[in-house]
Design a protein around this ligand. Structure first.
Ligand code: ATP
Length: 199
């Protein structure tokens, strides 16, 4: 699995539609200070479901939408799509190519799409469990991230190792099952209460 392309349109400094194409191997993005290199990484983080404007170096989520310049009008929406080669089927879907997209409007309305189908953030997160690619994954190491990991809490470090070991999906399934079990126990005790009242 590898990142084949990133499409951005109206995201941060990218006023127009731009397609970044990557080959299997190493790609370096170079450019002067402030030219938008980190905005490319922000675009990937955002499409993977980042919910914190601070982590995207903004004050509010609307800041991801192109804000305009002296010569250009602001955009009304931001769109990012990443396409991954999945011919090794590391992502648990049948497709050889997976495109994940996210769009947000100034009104706050937003949507996620997987291969063109509107989906929930939950499904995007689930798609990337144990691949290291999710927004909390280790595939995006931004400035200061290494230091943050080294000085982070033991639980945070543990999360990183869980992801690398491929056990996140089992832990999430376990937590969801335990929650469902608890709710069933509560239902059962309510039924028992009613039964004892009737007896
Ligand atoms: P450096 O090498 O200094 O780290 P960089 O190439 O990584 O810089 P970025 O930090 O990606 O640059 O881009 C910063 C630029 O993006 C700034 O010029 C900023 O004005 C612009 N920018 C950020 N958000 C928006 C937005 N919503 N609308 C328009 N421009 C934006």
């Amino acid at each position: 699995m590898y990142l084949k392309s990133i499409e951005v349109n109206g995201f941060k400094s990218f006023a127009n539609k731009i397609d970044f194409k990557f080959n299997n191997g190493i790609t370096a993005i170079v450019g002067p200070n402030g030219s938008g290199k980190s905005n490319v990484a922000d675009a990937v983080r955002w499409v993977l479901g980042e919910q914190s404007a601070k982590n995207l170096r903004g004050a509010k989520m609307e800041d991801v939408i192109f804000a305009g310049t002296e010569l250009r009008k602001p955009q009304g929406s931001a769109y990012v799509a990443i396409t991954l080669d999945n011919s090794d089927h590391k992502l648990p879907v049948d497709y050889n190519e997976v495109t994940v997209a996210r769009r947000v409007y100034r009104s706050g309305e937003s949507e996620y799409l997987i291969n063109g189908t509107v989906t929930r953030l939950k499904d995007v997160t689930k798609l990337f469990f144990d691949t290291g690619i999710g927004k909390e994954g280790y595939s995006i190491i931004g400035q200061g991230k290494i230091e943050q990991i080294l000085s982070g809490k033991p639980e945070e470090k543990r999360e990183l190792f869980d992801e690398a070991a491929g056990i996140v999906k089992y832990k999430k399934n376990k937590a969801a099952t335990e929650k469902a079990l608890l709710s069933e126990h509560q239902n059962l005790s309510r039924v028992n209460d009613i039964l004892s009242e009737l007896e």
